[in-house]
Ligand binder design. Structure first.
Ligand code: AKG
Ligand code: FE2
Length: 324
């Protein structure tokens, strides 16, 4: 199962959201603790869908929850044009959904170097955004596994939608390794499996250096040979020798062939399995009228893949450790 219509649970979810602190950023630990309590009271079918996805993943590599509570457009604030959000900003319904659903899955995590270590990211178009940034709009944001080069890589990227782009052209693309693997010749699989490849890092992790080069290593396929995990970034992976370059090109083509497009609309929460997929976003045209596309993003760690060592809390902020 990949898509779940949650309209039948609206009343219950609004009640759970109403039980959360109104100003989440004032005490984020307390807010996420309250969300953990709410997560235990989710409607059974929704709870089961989340628990199953958390235990086994699925072939598409994402779970899309639709028709969750979201404000009417006129009741929403203007789409932000700066980050992080002011501490006093009141809770939005979609932020509440990210809190509750996220706590069912694992622990919300902030990344110190990224957006001042904030846990909730507003994703909105920004004029003149760097081409690798989620603030791009008129250019394609290329395939990336989120922070594949980071030892504390999040298990899930969650994207909640308060506003779609005006023309509803922006698609979030997700490619799953479970669908791409059968397209790979045995030789390519064997070549890439458990083979670290040089990888550059996103601007936030470059320590103020313009271009530090490939300061990390990322393994494209690893884990269970029959059901491997994926680390793939079209812009940052920097294979050096000809055999690596060729194998990555074959993987890249397979990932293109299996991609699924999700057009996020208000009330959607997309949960991306960040160890089995790579994702991208197609271009769209902002109007800079306060009503541009607006997503809320959180990163979730779970104890899968050694992402937790014990004692962590939802809301912790972690520092950068490159993978090697
Ligand atoms: O805007 C989107 O749909 C996805 C952007 C993205 O890759 C992200 O926020 O991680
Ligand atoms: Fe992303």
């Amino acid at each position: 199962m990949t898509t779940l219509d949650c309209s039948a649970y609206s009343a219950r979810l609004l009640t759970l959201a109403a039980g959360l602190p109104r100003v989440p950023r004032e005490d984020l630990y307390g807010f996420l603790d309250a969300a953990a309590t709410a997560a235990r009271a989710l409607p059974a079918p929704l709870a089961k869908a989340l628990d199953d996805f958390n235990a086994r993943g699925n072939d598409d590599g994402y779970l899309l929850l639709r028709r969750l509570p979201v404000e009417e457009d006129d009741a929403l604030p203007r789409t932000p044009d700066s980050t992080p959000a002011p501490v006093e900003r009141p809770l939005l319904n979609q932020e509440a959904m990210l809190a509750i659903v996220g706590r069912r899955l694992g622990l919300h995590t902030g990344y110190r170097e990224l957006r001042a270590g904030s846990v909730y990211h507003d994703v909105y178009p920004s004029p003149g955004a760097h081409y690798l940034s989620s603030e791009t709009s008129e250019t394609l944001l290329e395939f990336h596994t989120e922070m594949a080069y980071h030892v504390r890589q999040p298990n899930y990227v969650m994207l909640a939608c308060s506003r779609a782009d005006h023309e509803r052209r922006a698609a979030t693309l997700v490619s799953s390794v479970r669908k791409a693997l059968p397209l790979l010749p045995d030789g390519v699989r064997a070549h890439l499996f458990e083979r670290p490849l040089p990888c550059c890092v996103d601007v936030a992790f470059r320590g103020g250096v313009d271009d530090p080069g490939a300061i990390a290593d990322v393994t494209a396929l690893y884990g269970d040979v029959q059901d491997p995990f994926l680390g793939y970034d079209r812009e940052l992976l920097a294979p050096r020798n000809a055999a690596d370059v060729e194998a990555v090109a074959v993987l890249s083509k397979a990932l293109d062939e299996v991609r699924e497009a999700v057009y996020l609309v208000p009330g959607d929460v997309l949960i991306v399995d960040n160890f089995r997929t790579t994702h991208a976003r197609t271009p769209f045209a902002p109007r800079w009228d306060g009503k541009d596309r607006w997503l809320h993003r959180v990163y979730i760690r779970t104890d899968r893949n050694g992402q937790l060592s014990g004692g962590e809390r939802a809301g912790d902020v972690v520092g950068f450790v490159p993978r090697h």
